[in-house]
Design a protein around this ligand. Structure first.
Ligand code: ADP
Length: 259
């Protein structure tokens, strides 16, 4: 038999718990936005005094000083530059996580982006004795994206591949179109990443405990920036890697409809 009273009661209960969950999600979202703005403000405030420190250090470095003093100045300079890099990365991370500034996607030819990034960075890899290879199809691979943000994605992936690949290795950047997605792959023959580390790669400040990887300078923010940029484009970031053999980072972006 139909128990309308009972069913109606359940509907009301469900609606209430739905409302509660909805409110909770809204609160979490607002907190996340607040966190992002706080990070942006703090990193911005750090940048001015850091610029002053680096500027004055340059003056000190031009002076003739005792070796002990110049060694200290050099150490302070390294620290200040590292802090400046962290502040820059945090600022960018906050910007690409801010829902008030969504991306405005335009058609971007990924081969041009790869050319530009390798034009700027390729020599760092080749100087280290790493072979750089680009593989692209005859047809243009055009993604719907923000040009600057995608340049940053490719820059971070290529720079990581270079950092974590010993000399004599190879870095291959490969473009393709698959199932209405523009696909960019960056494969290296470097250190590789353990399955445990792979699970945490995209978290802010994560750096592997692998001593070979830790020997390289870094902030642990590069891949979280990549992940966030790709996600806000409606894309996906994937990683395949074997410790001691190498890694592939794959980014899938919405393809631009041409014609
Ligand atoms: P960073 O390179 O500044 O430490 P990232 O967020 O770019 O920060 O990378 C996080 C960690 O992931 C790195 O510290 C490194 O251990 C690992 N990693 C990233 N890319 C590679 C790669 N191509 N090969 C091996 N390990 C990598």
């Amino acid at each position: 038999a139909l128990d309308i009273g009972h069913d109606l009661g359940r509907v009301v209960l469900n609606a209430r718990s739905f409302e509660r969950e909805h409110r909770l999600i809204e609160e979490l979202r607002a907190l996340d936005v607040y966190k992002g703005r706080l990070i942006a403000t703090v990193s911005h405030e750090l940048k001015n005094p850091l610029a002053a420190i680096v500027g004055h250090l340059e003056i000190l470095q031009d002076e003739e000083t005792e070796p002990l003093v110049s060694a200290s100045v050099a150490a302070i300079d390294r620290g200040a530059r590292r802090l400046a890099r962290v502040a820059d990365d945090l600022l960018l991370l906050a910007r690409v996580g801010d829902p008030a500034h969504p991306v405005v996607p335009r058609p971007v030819d990924l081969a041009d982006v790869v050319d530009d990034v390798l034009g700027l960075q390729g020599h760092v890899l080749t100087r280290k004795g790493i072979e750089v290879v680009v593989e692209k199809p005859d047809r243009a691979v055009v993604a719907m994206a923000d040009l600057e943000e995608i340049e940053r994605v490719v820059t971070n992936l290529v720079s990581n591949a270079g950092k974590y690949t010993p000399s004599g290795g190879r870095v291959t950047v490969c473009l393709a179109v698959e199932d209405a997605e523009a696909v960019l792959e960056c494969t290296d023959t470097g250190l590789g990443i353990s399955p445990e580390d792979q699970e945490q790669l995209f978290q802010e400040f994560f750096r592997s405990t692998n001593p070979l990887a830790q020997a390289q300078p870094g902030t642990g923010l590069g891949l979280s920036i990549v992940h966030r940029i790709v996600a806000r484009h409606g894309g996906r970031t994937e990683v395949e890697s074997r410790l001691g053999e190498g890694s592939t980072f794959r980014v899938r972006l919405p393809v631009a409809v041409t014609g």
